[in-house]
Structure formats: C-alpha cells, structure tokens
Design a protein around this ligand. Sequence first.
Ligand code: FAQ
Length: 318
Amino acid sequence: MELSLEQKFQDKIDRDERIEPRDWMPDSYRKTLVRQISQHAHSELVGMLPEGNWISRAPSLRRKLGLMAKVQDEAGHGLYLYSAAETLGVERDTMFDQLHTGKAKYSSIFNYPTLTWADIGAIGWLVDGAAIMNQVPLCRCSYGPYARAMVRVCKEESFHQRQGFEIMLTLCNGTPEQKAMAQDALNRWWWPSLMMFGPNDAESPNTKQSMAWNIKRFTNDELRQRFVDMSVPQAALLGINIPDADLKLDEETGKYSFGEINWDEFWQVVKGHGPCNKDRLAARVKAHEDGAWVREAAMAYAEKQEQKKLNTIAVKTA
Ligand code: FAQ
C-alpha cells in the first residue's frame, strides 16, 4: 500500500531523521517552525537592548570588551535564525515587519529593565543559563537548518553564561554593597527567568504537537525544573538567596519544588504591557530605520560586484 506524504513525513520524524528545506512537510509543521524560529530570532535582536544599555558604562575595559562581544554574538544569532526561517519560505522583511508592528512575539524576559551593573551579571548567569537549557535540546530539532544553527548558538551561549556568572562571583566576593547589588539583581531576575520557559504544560497549546514532531524534545515544565535544579547550587556558591520561600529540596528525587509563578504578570508582559515593551519596540524600529542607509549601501555594493562579474564573463566569452 502506498504511504501518504504525511505518513512518510511522520515516519521520517519517528526514525529521528532531519527534515530539510526541499523535503515535503505539512503546512502546519512549516507554520509552527516559522512561528518558533522567528520569535526566537526576534528575541535575539531585542535581547541586545537591555545589555547594550550598559556597554558605555561597563566598569572596566575587560568588562566592556566582554559585553560588546556578547551583544554582537546575539546579533549573529538573530541572523542565523532569520536565515533558518527564510529556508521555510518566509521573507526577512515580512518577519521584521511583524516585529516592528508589534504583531510578533519575542521572549518576555527582554521587557525588564537593567538597573545596575549586577543586572548584566544576572542576565548572563540566569537568562543565558535558561536559554542554554532550552536550546541544547533544539540542536536535535527535526528541522535541519534550525538544529544546525542551534549548535553554534549554544557554543556561544556557554561563553555568555560564564561571563555572567563571573560578574556575579566578583560582585559577591566584593564589598557588602556589591554583594547587595548582586542579591538585588537575583531578586528581580529570578522569576522572569523561570517565565522564559513558557506557560505550564497544561496551559501550553503548542507543546504536544511540537514534541510529536521532534521540534521540542522536552516540555516547558521539564526544562524549567532542570533550570531550577541547576541554579540553586550556583546561588549557594555565590552566597546569595533565591527569592522563593517555597523552594525546597525533595531528598528522594533530588529535585527542588518551588513557588507559584505569577502567570498574570507573564501574560501581561507577553501581551505588550511589561515595564519596557514600548521602549524596546521603539528602539528596535529606530535602529532599523537608522540602518536603512547601511542596507542600501550593501545592496548597491553587491549589485556592483555582480555587474563586474557579468562583465568579466562577457569579456571572456566574447
Ligand atoms: N515570552 O504553547 P507554548 C535568547 C508564547 S533566549 C513570550 O508553550 P511553544 C538568548 C508562545 O510563543 C529567548 N512569549 O509555545 C539571549 C506561544 O505563543 P503563540 C528566546 C512566550 O512555542 C540571551 C504561547 O506563549 N528563546 O534570546 C514565552 O511551544 C541573553 C503559548 O506557549 C527561544 O525563543 C515567553 N517566555 O514554547 C539573547 C527558544 N513563552 O506563538 C540575548 C525557542 C511562551 O502560540 C541575551 N523557543 N510564549 O502565539 C521555544 O523553545 C518555545 O517557543 C518556547 C515556547 C519554549 C519559548
């Protein structure tokens, strides 16, 4: 009996093989990937803003260089991801348009302000730490271009996570004021970091299908639990306290139970009403508009090169 295209596709997924851009795929699979990859790309771009805010105020040349390299990496991650999304047939300008008009989502975490230098430590430690927890399994995502982009992204993210942890460690070994700054940053970034993993599994409309397609390898709650279990000993090493009175080790499982996430706050931020949503979008739109001349110059240069190549071929074949 001839198998349907859909059945052949699912069999390939079940054999844990990769789907490539020219392979047949169901429309809903393509749509889910465009949604997730473009949101991910937008997060990388908007994610440059909270940290970019501190480049000119980094406390030393070494810190400034590290932070500049990190922020530049995020731009690169955005580019790999937009390119991966383009292989699914969506135009980059369409994705930008969706971001700039507020139609597209990006990670809730980037709508919180960076008030002190310690926030840069907390972002590297917690936000990049959460990003790695979520993205390492995406290296095995069924869609080839996304999985391959994630391999490189994860390598760079681990440098980001270490630079953040090192900032926290330095502050925690510093003066009492510096340690208090680190504690304050942990207090403000802990819960938003847990929200990065998305709604609880029971409230997550996309997880079941994305797992069946091997796009997601773990559920939101599974990854969030791993992140908590990894972070608690790190906070202990820093000598600062996780702001959760309900945090408790279950001796039998070795896992931590933790308090209830404020889901009202999460959805408010996702819907555009977080502390910095409007500023972030305005900064993105301005950067895009101010960069128009760079894109035009790059296009003019590329056209010139192309013309030169054609002229050379014409001379050779004349
Ligand atoms: N913020 O059904 P689910 C980084 C939306 S890391 C905003 O569970 P799904 C690195 C979700 O889109 C951050 N919206 O959805 C960096 C869906 O809405 P839709 C980015 C959220 O897709 C570090 C609805 O809620 N990482 O940038 C959030 O199965 C430092 C229902 O949710 C990625 O994007 C949220 N936190 O699971 C950069 C990783 N959570 O589209 C700079 C790839 C959920 O139906 C500095 N993405 N929503 O209208 C994923 O793994 C998944 O998309 C999840 C959500 C896990 C984020």
